[in-house]
Design a protein around this ligand. Structure first.
Ligand code: THU
Length: 165
Protein backbone atom coordinates (compact mmCIF):
# COMPACT_ATOMS: atom_id res chain seq x y z
CA UNK A 1 0.00 0.00 0.00
CA UNK A 2 1.27 3.47 -0.82
CA UNK A 3 0.60 6.31 1.57
CA UNK A 4 1.38 10.02 1.34
CA UNK A 5 2.22 11.52 4.73
CA UNK A 6 2.39 15.16 5.59
CA UNK A 7 4.65 16.94 8.05
CA UNK A 8 3.82 20.45 9.18
CA UNK A 9 4.60 22.61 12.15
CA UNK A 10 3.42 25.81 13.74
CA UNK A 11 5.62 28.53 15.12
CA UNK A 12 4.98 31.83 16.79
CA UNK A 13 6.11 35.13 15.36
CA UNK A 14 6.56 38.31 17.36
CA UNK A 15 6.69 41.74 15.72
CA UNK A 16 8.99 43.25 18.30
CA UNK A 17 11.59 41.93 20.73
CA UNK A 18 9.77 43.75 23.56
CA UNK A 19 6.76 41.46 23.06
CA UNK A 20 8.73 38.35 24.04
CA UNK A 21 8.34 36.94 27.53
CA UNK A 22 11.15 38.09 29.78
CA UNK A 23 13.21 34.85 29.79
CA UNK A 24 13.18 34.74 25.98
CA UNK A 25 13.97 38.43 25.68
CA UNK A 26 16.92 38.00 28.02
CA UNK A 27 18.18 35.11 25.89
CA UNK A 28 17.88 37.14 22.68
CA UNK A 29 19.89 39.94 24.27
CA UNK A 30 22.54 37.39 25.29
CA UNK A 31 22.66 36.04 21.71
CA UNK A 32 23.15 39.57 20.38
CA UNK A 33 25.95 40.14 22.88
CA UNK A 34 27.54 36.86 21.82
CA UNK A 35 27.45 37.94 18.15
CA UNK A 36 29.66 40.90 19.04
CA UNK A 37 32.39 38.42 20.02
CA UNK A 38 32.26 36.48 16.76
CA UNK A 39 35.46 36.06 14.79
CA UNK A 40 34.21 36.35 11.24
CA UNK A 41 36.85 38.14 9.15
CA UNK A 42 36.03 36.11 6.02
CA UNK A 43 32.25 36.44 5.86
CA UNK A 44 31.74 39.52 8.05
CA UNK A 45 28.61 37.70 9.18
CA UNK A 46 28.63 37.57 12.95
CA UNK A 47 26.35 35.07 14.62
CA UNK A 48 25.63 34.72 18.31
CA UNK A 49 23.85 31.93 20.14
CA UNK A 50 22.73 31.80 23.74
CA UNK A 51 21.52 28.69 25.53
CA UNK A 52 19.39 28.71 28.65
CA UNK A 53 20.05 25.67 30.83
CA UNK A 54 17.47 24.12 33.14
CA UNK A 55 19.05 25.74 36.20
CA UNK A 56 18.81 29.17 34.55
CA UNK A 57 22.47 29.48 33.57
CA UNK A 58 22.99 31.15 30.20
CA UNK A 59 25.84 29.91 28.00
CA UNK A 60 26.92 31.83 24.91
CA UNK A 61 28.73 30.99 21.71
CA UNK A 62 29.74 32.81 18.53
CA UNK A 63 30.94 31.73 15.11
CA UNK A 64 34.70 31.40 14.87
CA UNK A 65 36.02 31.31 11.31
CA UNK A 66 39.33 30.05 10.03
CA UNK A 67 41.50 30.60 6.94
CA UNK A 68 41.03 26.86 6.37
CA UNK A 69 37.28 27.35 5.90
CA UNK A 70 35.97 23.98 7.15
CA UNK A 71 37.84 24.49 10.42
CA UNK A 72 35.46 27.30 11.36
CA UNK A 73 32.52 26.67 13.64
CA UNK A 74 29.00 28.11 13.75
CA UNK A 75 27.67 29.99 16.77
CA UNK A 76 25.11 27.31 17.67
CA UNK A 77 27.69 24.51 17.82
CA UNK A 78 30.11 26.81 19.59
CA UNK A 79 27.48 27.46 22.30
CA UNK A 80 26.52 23.78 22.55
CA UNK A 81 30.16 22.69 22.84
CA UNK A 82 30.50 25.21 25.64
CA UNK A 83 27.39 24.10 27.53
CA UNK A 84 28.05 20.36 27.13
CA UNK A 85 31.70 20.74 28.12
CA UNK A 86 31.05 22.88 31.17
CA UNK A 87 27.55 21.86 32.29
CA UNK A 88 27.00 18.30 31.03
CA UNK A 89 24.22 17.55 33.55
CA UNK A 90 22.36 20.82 33.03
CA UNK A 91 19.94 20.41 30.13
CA UNK A 92 19.40 23.14 27.53
CA UNK A 93 15.79 24.33 27.45
CA UNK A 94 16.08 27.19 24.95
CA UNK A 95 18.49 28.43 22.29
CA UNK A 96 18.38 31.96 20.86
CA UNK A 97 20.21 32.95 17.68
CA UNK A 98 21.01 36.44 16.37
CA UNK A 99 23.15 37.61 13.47
CA UNK A 100 24.72 40.84 12.34
CA UNK A 101 26.52 42.29 9.34
CA UNK A 102 28.43 45.59 9.09
CA UNK A 103 24.98 47.21 8.92
CA UNK A 104 23.95 45.83 12.28
CA UNK A 105 21.47 43.13 13.29
CA UNK A 106 19.88 41.27 10.39
CA UNK A 107 16.18 41.71 9.68
CA UNK A 108 16.10 38.07 8.58
CA UNK A 109 15.59 35.25 11.03
CA UNK A 110 18.95 33.51 11.50
CA UNK A 111 17.85 29.90 11.01
CA UNK A 112 20.48 27.32 11.98
CA UNK A 113 22.37 25.54 9.19
CA UNK A 114 21.91 21.83 8.55
CA UNK A 115 25.01 20.84 10.51
CA UNK A 116 23.82 22.78 13.55
CA UNK A 117 20.32 21.32 13.28
CA UNK A 118 21.84 17.85 13.45
CA UNK A 119 23.90 18.77 16.52
CA UNK A 120 20.91 20.40 18.25
CA UNK A 121 18.95 17.21 17.51
CA UNK A 122 21.64 15.07 19.14
CA UNK A 123 21.55 17.27 22.23
CA UNK A 124 17.76 16.87 22.47
CA UNK A 125 18.25 13.10 22.22
CA UNK A 126 21.11 13.07 24.75
CA UNK A 127 19.15 15.00 27.36
CA UNK A 128 15.63 13.84 26.50
CA UNK A 129 14.55 17.51 26.54
CA UNK A 130 13.06 19.58 23.76
CA UNK A 131 14.97 22.81 23.06
CA UNK A 132 12.92 25.90 22.26
CA UNK A 133 14.54 27.66 19.31
CA UNK A 134 14.32 31.44 19.18
CA UNK A 135 15.29 33.05 15.87
CA UNK A 136 15.82 36.71 16.52
CA UNK A 137 15.76 39.17 13.64
CA UNK A 138 16.35 42.84 14.33
CA UNK A 139 12.68 43.34 15.22
CA UNK A 140 10.76 40.17 14.47
CA UNK A 141 11.32 36.90 16.28
CA UNK A 142 10.20 33.37 15.48
CA UNK A 143 9.82 30.81 18.23
CA UNK A 144 9.96 27.16 17.25
CA UNK A 145 9.05 24.35 19.60
CA UNK A 146 11.98 21.98 19.26
CA UNK A 147 14.39 20.88 16.54
CA UNK A 148 12.13 18.21 15.03
CA UNK A 149 10.21 21.08 13.40
CA UNK A 150 13.38 22.21 11.59
CA UNK A 151 14.80 18.73 11.11
CA UNK A 152 12.01 16.25 10.61
CA UNK A 153 12.74 12.58 9.91
CA UNK A 154 16.10 13.02 11.58
CA UNK A 155 18.98 10.58 11.70
CA UNK A 156 19.36 9.36 15.25
CA UNK A 157 21.89 6.61 14.72
CA UNK A 158 19.45 4.14 16.29
CA UNK A 159 20.81 1.14 14.47
CA UNK A 160 24.46 2.07 14.79
CA UNK A 161 26.33 -0.73 16.52
CA UNK A 162 29.70 0.99 16.64
CA UNK A 163 30.97 2.38 19.94
CA UNK A 164 27.67 1.90 21.74
CA UNK A 165 28.10 1.05 25.40
N1 THU B 1 26.93 30.55 10.66
C1 THU B 1 26.58 30.32 11.96
O1 THU B 1 27.29 30.71 12.90
N2 THU B 1 25.43 29.64 12.19
C2 THU B 1 24.62 29.13 11.21
O2 THU B 1 23.69 28.40 11.50
C3 THU B 1 24.89 29.47 9.82
C4 THU B 1 26.16 30.14 9.52
C5 THU B 1 28.20 31.24 10.40
C6 THU B 1 29.23 30.38 9.73
C7 THU B 1 30.10 31.40 9.08
O3 THU B 1 31.07 31.84 10.00
C8 THU B 1 29.16 32.56 8.77
O4 THU B 1 28.01 32.33 9.55
C9 THU B 1 28.77 32.69 7.31
O5 THU B 1 28.25 31.50 6.84
Amino acid sequence: MIRTNNISFSYTEYEKTEELESDDRELVIAAREAALNAYAPYSNFKVGAAIRLETGIIVKGANVENAAFPSGICAERSALSNSISNHPEDKPVALAIAAMTEEGLTDDFPAPCGNCRQVIAEEESRTGNKIKIILAGKNKTQIIDGISCLLPLQFKGKNLKINLP
